[in-house]
Design a binder for this molecule. Structure first.
Ligand code: DAH
Length: 339
């Protein structure tokens, strides 16, 4: 029995030495120390021993049990440590590995062109102003010389919050707001969203963008308007660009004009882009009406000024050859990723 016990001790130790996993160690524990284990099996035969032998074998068996238990504990600790080391090794972050590139998107075509326009006017000393999209009827119409019964209201039908408050139909109310809060001389552009109750189609949207311009000083003339806008057109479309002023009517400017640029595709010969005209209309403008100056708190006997309004969508559509305005608002990535 003694030799059997010693054998168990040796086998257990040898086995445990060679084991590498928690599972193997657990199996060894069951095999040697478990209820149905080898050691227990031997102890069950103790009854056969003589009274002298029993305590000797008993003590030996306990020693061996303690021995194997210790061995198991040591081995478990060793395995645990190795596993931890392995985990640490595997989970270290390699900071030299190339990262996953983040998708940063790109500028919306409306922003591309608007940023260019801002840049050009800032270069000419213009300030950039912003104002409310929900606007008083007074600023949007009345103060701009468009009284309640004026036919211009028909073409600028909008969304009414109440009788006196509307979604602005144009950025022109910024002329009045800017004059009220600034002393001339000044030059400003005011880009922003405007609204009209138009049905959506390829060239109309109830929401679109304008850029208002206003210059007020002593002795400002139509020549200043022409020179400024010619410089603008050349910066936007190239040095060879020409501009042409056509007489027009706006209630808040007198005289008023529409301004065309020579077609940037054909250079003025006539092509599908300019519908054979050689010219493309890009904005409206004129000399600020004396009544409008007065409404803005500027004395028309001392100061004069010119104003202009640019429709952003038109410029963007021409620039990028976009034939349907709806594309600008649909946020379809397949469209937007082209810019
Ligand atoms: N607000 C006008 C519109 O929406 C555009 C415009 C024309 C603005 C002439 C101006 C201007 O400042 O002088 O049709």
């Amino acid at each position: 029995m003694k030799t059997q016990l010693e054998k168990i001790r040796q086998n257990a130790k040898a086995a445990l030495d060679s084991f590498e996993t928690k599972e193997q160690v657990e199996e060894a524990r069951i095999k040697y120390l478990g209820k149905k284990g080898e050691l227990t099996a031997i102890l069950k035969q103790m009854g056969k021993l003589s009274a002298e032998e029993r305590p000797v074998i008993g003590q030996l068996a306990n020693e061996i049990r303690a021995d194997i238990e210790k061995k198991i504990a040591l081995k478990s600790a060793e395995i645990k440590e190795k596993e931890l080391e392995k985990k640490l090794r595997e989970e270290t972050i390699d900071v030299t590995m190339p990262g996953m590139p983040a998708s940063i998107g790109s500028k919306h075509p409306l922003s591309i062109v608007l940023d260019e326009i801002k840049e050009i006017f800032m270069g000419m000393g213009f300030d950039i102003a912003e104002g409310p999209e929900v606007e008083y009827d007074y600023y949007n119409f009345e103060a701009l010389n468009i009284p309640k019964d004026h036919p211009a209201r028909d073409t600028q039908d909008t969304f009414y919050i109440d009788d006196n408050i509307v979604l602005r139909t144009q950025t022109s109310p910024m002329q009045i707001r800017f004059m009220e809060s600034h002393e001339p001389p000044f030059r400003m552009i005011a880009p922003g969203r405007v609204f009209r109750s138009d049905a959506v189609d390829a060239t109309h949207s109830p929401l679109f963008h304008q850029i208002e311009g206003l210059v007020v000083d002593k002795g400002v003339t139509m020549a200043d308007l022409k020179g400024t806008l010619e410089a603008f057109a050349k910066r936007l479309y190239g040095e060879n660009t020409k501009i042409r002023l056509r007489p027009h009517h706006f209630p808040f400017t007198e005289p008023s004009c529409e301004i065309d640029v020579s077609c940037f595709k054909c250079g003025g010969k006539g092509c599908p882009m300019c519908k054979g005209e050689g010219w493309i209309e890009i904005l409206g403008g004129g000399m600020v009406h004396p009544k409008v100056l007065k409404n803005g708190g500027v004395d028309p006997n001392i100061y004069s000024g010119f104003a202009f309004g640019i429709g952003l969508e038109r410029l963007v559509m021409f620039r990028f050859n976009i034939d349907d305005m709806r594309l600008l608002y649909e946020n379809d990535l397949r469209f937007l990723q082209q810019f």
